[in-house]
Design a protein around this ligand. Structure first.
Ligand code: GTP
Ligand code: CA
Length: 507
């Protein structure tokens, strides 16, 4: 089209040149045509840019409640309405931490479980534009705390779920249900979240594994070869996303979250029913009174409270990392593997593949202990130093950190190092493949985003068709060719004008 303009303009100038001698207005007409040419090109480019500019962005929203064993969190996600199927488009807009413990702790007063969510629901109402409320899906997924309560008492579990359901149904949002998600879902959707946020799903190769450490369970998930998944169907999840097939290995270890595993260690060390426990996994000088029932009432503890035991015992730290490792080792069972490879407790695990993102309590603990970017050997040394630091010194050094967290870091850090190395088989060489992360591109790592993307069908099985050029590329190309044609037009005008003038001089 522009080429036509140039040819037309050159033709006009030629004609004008011939008319020049007869027409006294020729100069003004030439300028007029040149100006018209410029206006035409500017109008063409402006129209092309404006026409292809995305319209003012409209956003859609989704809400997921993560009802974990230790607490409930509300995540609000936001994405541009017209781009919901593009990877990396959904972002975390708001996060609200529910005050108090996880919903499974309300088993003796189920009504309170629903009530505890109210403040965060009010925040959600304020954070989603009112006109979008009715079309905003709202999901609640409960994890290991509720899995344990279901094992203990199905009826109390139903009452707690009923209570949260009642509150969620009364919100202005599009309530989609509250349910206990399976360990496989928790692991697999954590993997989807990590890979969606790091934009790896469209590339089809080189995905990142997901390591999630909660309060009551822990998950490991990574992509593996199809033949590796054949050994154990219950550890296999397959996805087809953006035209690529993924064969995931996943396993959720119930009772191996950071709080329940501590109970396993305490039960292991109080078998004799003594009135004092000297625990190497707590700092020297740390001392507190614990009831036997707080340890033995968990469904994770299969042994009975020792017969000789009284009501409670004094839990006293001795701060010794090597001895703590031995305590931790005893809560793992490395015998009885019936597969080609196992992690622990007879659970199948194929050889580790690729990079891993470790989040939730992995991040809280390793970040506090400054173990996120060092070698495995240095981390072991740092851990030993933390464990052997007297409790009074630790408290002085970190006056603003919650005492419960502070007291448990020696145990939790030792457990994490043991789980990753002896449990999952990371070595000194593969240690650097683990990145301890909290957020990716501003959104928290965890199962909730993957869960919502799946339920709203926001990750298509096949890659959507895309225009051959991206918008920016298209506009740049258009501008470039228009400028080029304009320059050609100017040069042609100038050379014609010169030729015209020289002809006149000859005449
Ligand atoms: N040190 C430390 N621990 C934290 C912090 N926030 C939470 N935790 C603890 O880390 C553990 C894991 O927390 P989450 O990942 O929220 O666990 P959850 O989702 O409640 O538990 P699951 O149902 O097993 O997934 C729990 O023991 C929490 O009490 C923190 O800021 N610092
Ligand atoms: Ca969790």
């Amino acid at each position: 089209m522009c080429g036509g303009c140039v040819v037309g303009a050159i033709y006009c100038i030629t004609v004008l040149c011939k008319m020049k001698e007869k027409n006294p207005w020729h100069k003004a007409v030439v300028i007029f045509i040149a100006v018209l040419g410029i206006i035409a090109i500017v109008a063409l480019v402006t129209t092309a840019v404006l026409q292809n500019k995305p319209l003012q962005q409209k956003f859609k929203y989704g809400i997921v409640l993560d009802a974990g064993s230790s607490h409930t969190a509300v995540y609000i996600y936001e994405w541009p309405a017209e781009k919901e199927n593009d990877t990396g488009r959904v972002k975390q807009k708001h996060f609200c931490q529910v005050k108090g413990p996880g919903i499974s702790s309300y088993s003796l007063s189920p009504e309170q479980a629903g009530h505890s969510l109210r403040l965060c629901i009010q925040e959600a109402v304020l954070n989603v534009p009112r006109r979008r409320h009715h079309e905003t899906p709202l999901y609640l997924g409960a994890t290991a705390g509720m899995r344990l309560l279901r094992m203990e008492n199905q009826s109390l579990c139903d009452q707690v779920l009923g209570s949260v359901e009642k509150v969620l149904q009364s919100t202005p949002f599009d309530y989609q249900g509250a349910r206990i998600i399976s360990g496989q879902e928790e692991g697999a959707f954590g993997w989807v979240t990590v890979n969606y946020l790091s934009d790896r799903l469209k590339q089809g190769s080189g995905t990142t594994g997901a390591l999630d450490l909660g309060g009551a369970s822990t998950q490991i998930t990574f992509a593996t070869n199809q033949d590796e998944t054949g050994e154990s169907a219950e550890n296999t999840v397959t996805f087809r996303l953006y035209g690529n097939d993924y064969f995931l290995y996943t396993h959720s270890f119930l009772c191996y979250g950071k709080d329940q595993v501590l109970k396993l260690a305490l039960a292991q060390q109080t078998q004799a029913g003594a009135s004092t426990l000297l625990d190497p996994c707590f700092n020297q000088g740390y001392s507190t009174n614990l009831s036997y029932s707080s340890v033995y009432s968990s469904p994770c503890i299969t042994t009975q409270k020792p017969l000789a035991a009284g009501e409670g015992f004094t839990h006293r730290g001795t701060g010794n990392a090597l001895q703590c490792q031995e305590v931790v080792r005893r809560i793992f069972n490395f015998s009885g593997c019936t597969f080609s490879h196992c992690s622990f407790n007879g659970v199948y695990q194929p050889p580790l593949q690729g990079q891993f993102g470790a989040f939730s309590a992995y991040y809280f603990v390793m970040n506090f202990l400054n173990l996120t970017s060092d070698t495995l050997e240095n981390n072991m040394e740092k851990m030993a130093r933390y464990c052997s630091t007297p409790w009074t010194q630790i408290k002085q050094q970190f006056p603003n950190v919650k005492e419960k967290y502070l007291a448990e870091y020696c145990f939790s850090g030792t457990y994490i190092l043991f789980l990753l190395t002896h449990g999952y088989n990371f070595t000194s060489d593969t240690w650097s493949n683990i990145k301890f992360i909290k957020k990716i591109s501003g959104s928290d790592a965890g199962w909730t985003l993957g869960y919502m993307l799946n339920l709203t069908n926001m990750i298509p099985a096949e890659a959507p068709d895309t225009p051959p050029l991206p918008h920016a590329g298209y506009v740049t190309l258009l501008l470039f060719t228009s400028l080029l044609l304009f320059l050609i037009l100017l040069c042609s005008l100038r050379s014609l004008w010169v030729r015209c003038t020289s002809q006149r001089q000859i005449i």
